[in-house]
Design a protein around this ligand. Structure first.
Ligand code: IMP
Ligand code: MG
Length: 172
């Protein structure tokens, strides 16, 4: 499959540093939990956290929206629930990419309503705003892209390519 580079590792590093600085400015002083959405956001979350200049706790959530390899079905299932008590806390949901918006919509609802977080913010490394099936606007967006299928920097295609250091468009 042909692959073309969309964002190089140095462009990614620069943008993630900017996002961390922005989050530091906005959220310093809050008791913050970074909630990494497994598995794709693992790389982004670990880089982003190191650019947040105040103490931040870390937890993980995993959801699955079943479908074929490149599309989601619309049914979001909780596979792994976070361990930390979120009641009254600020939570920053950290996602790799927002596509239809279904996953983020459900994770947001779960953290706010079922887990009782006081304040929920969202950071996504990539955003495909024209692919939404439900409206969702993240507070922090690394890059907005066209609705093409991308891999690398944690993002996979059938569990492959997560360890590719830059972001590439997966060809046909
Ligand atoms: P959504 O629920 O449709 O917004 O889907 C979000 C999830 O689908 C992301 O967390 C990714 O796991 C996956 N996804 C969506 N687009 C891509 C892509 O271009 N490459 C890799 N994974 C993607
Ligand atoms: Mg994901």
């Amino acid at each position: 499959m042909a692959q073309t580079t969309l964002f190089s590792k140095s462009e990614i590093d620069r943008r993630v540093a900017e996002m961390g600085a922005e989050i530091t400015r906005d959220l310093a002083g809050s008791e913050l939990i970074a909630l990494c959405v497994l598995k794709g956001a693992m790389f982004f979350c670990s880089d982003l956290m190191r650019h947040i200049a105040f103490d931040v706790a870390l937890d993980f959530i995993q959801v699955s929206s079943y479908g074929d390899q490149k599309t989601s079905s619309g049914v979001v299932t909780l596979l792994k629930e976070p361990q930390l008590d979120m009641r009254g806390k600020s939570v920053l949901i950290v996602e790799d990419i927002i596509d239809s918006g279904l996953s983020m919509n459900e994770v947001f609802r779960y953290i706010k309503l079922d887990r009782g977080a006081r304040e929920v913010r969202t950071a996504t490394f990539l955003d495909k705003p024209t692919a939404r099936k439900v409206p969702f606007k993240a507070d922090y967006v690394g890059f907005s892209i066209d609705p093409k299928f991308v891999i690398g920097y944690g993002l996979d295609y059938a569990e492959k390519y997560r360890n590719v250091p830059d972001i590439q468009v997966l060809g046909d």
